[in-house]
Ligand binder design. Structure first.
Ligand SMILES: Nc1ncnc2c1ncn2[C@@H]1O[C@H](COP(=O)(O)OP(=O)(O)OP(=O)(O)O)[C@@H](O)[C@H]1O
Ligand SMILES: [Mg+2]
Length: 234
C-alpha cells in the first residue's frame, strides 16, 4: 500500500536518508529502528511531505505521491503522529480531535470521535482538559487519536513509547494491535527495540541514513548480528 523506491531526502545538501526502499503491506506493522540520528523521523517527515524528496519516489496505493503537498497526502489516507507530538497545547482534548477531523465531513465527527475514545478511554475523562495539561501518556494517546480522526489507511507514529510509563506503553501497544486487527497499516518508529519487535510484522533498520537490515520480525529476533550490531541488545 505504501512503496518507497530509492528514497533519498535531507536538509539542504545533507542527505538524512539515502536510497531507502521499503514496501508496507496493508494491515501490518512495520518497525523502523536505528540509533539517534539514523534518519527515522526524516523518513516519516518525507513520507508525510514535510521534507522534500531529493531522489526516488513514493507510491501510495499505486499512485505516485512524491510531489503532493502534505494536506493532499492526508486526504489520501496518510496520517502522522510526529516526533514531539506537536499537539495544540492551548486547546482542549476535544478541540485537538476536532482539528484532526477538519478534513472530514462534519457529519463524520461524532462517530470518529467515539471510535478514538473507545480506543483510548482515558481521553474520554480528559475531554475538557487542555492538551498541555495532560500526562505524557495521555498526550501520546491524543496525538495518535488526532491522527486517526483523519480516517487514515496508514498511520505513522514516531517514538511511541518515549518517556512513558510501562503501563501506559502497554495501553498504547494494545491500541496498535487493535488498529491492525481492523486493517490499519502502521509504520512505527521506536527506540524501544524489544517492544517494537514484539508486535512488528516487518523490520527496517537504518544507520546514518542507510538501510542496514530489512526483513520479517521473526528473522530480526533470530539474527544475533542484527541484535548486537545495530540494535544495542545483548
Ligand atoms: N531540521 C533539520 N535540519 C538539518 N538537519 C537535520 C534536521 N533534522 C534532522 N537533521 C539531521 O538528519 C539526520 C537524521 O535525523 P532524524 O531526526 O531523521 O534521525 P532519527 O533517527 O529520527 O533520530 P532520533 O532517534 O534522535 O529521533 C541527523 O543527522 C540530524 O542531525
Ligand atoms: Mg527521530
Amino acid at each position: 500500500m505504501l512503496e518507497l523506491k530509492n528514497v533519498t531526502c535531507g536538509y539542504g545538501t545533507f542527505e538524512a536518508v539515502h536510497e531507502l526502499s521499503l514496501t508496507l503491506q496493508p494491515g501490518t506493522i512495520t518497525a523502523l529502528l536505528g540509533a539517534n540520528g539514523a534518519g527515522k523521523s526524516s523518513t516519516l517527515m518525507c513520507i508525510a511531505g514535510h521534507i522534500r524528496l531529493h531522489g526516488g519516489s513514493i507510491l501510495f496505493d499505486g499512485r505516485d505521491i512524491s510531489a503532493l503537498p502534505p494536506p493532499d497526502r492526508v486526504r489520501l489516507g496518510l496520517a502522522i503522529s510526529p516526533e514531539g507530538r506537536r499537539l495544540f497545547k492551548d486547546l482542549s482534548v476535544e478541540d485537538n480531535l476536532r482539528v484532526g477531523g477538519l478534513i472530514r465531513p462534519r457529519s463524520d465527527y461524532p462517530g470518529d470521535r467515539e471510535q478514538v475514545l473507545s480506543l483510548f478511554p482515558r481521553l474520554r475523562e480528559r475531554l475538557g482538559s487542555l492538551a498541555g495539561n495532560l500526562s505524557g501518556g495521555e498526550q501520546q494517546m491524543l496525538a495518535i487519536g488526532r491522527a486517526l480522526m483523519t480516517r487514515p489507511k496508514l498511520i505513522m507514529i514516531d517514538e511511541l513509547s518515549l518517556g512513558l510509563m510501562p503501563k501506559v506503553i502497554d495501553l498504547c501497544y494494545q491500541a496498535l494491535q487493535k488498529l491492525r486487527e481492523d486493517g490499519m497499516t502502521i509504520l512505527l518508529v521506536e527506540q524501544n527495540t524489544d517492544r517494537a519487535l514484539s508486535v512488528a510484522d516487518q523490520v527496517c533498520v537504518l544507520e546514518s541514513g542507510r538501510t542496514v537490515w530489512q526483513g520479517s520480525a521473526e528473522d530480526a529476533a533470530r539474527d544475533p548480528d542484527l541484535a548486537s550490531a545495530y540494535l544495542g541488545l545483548h
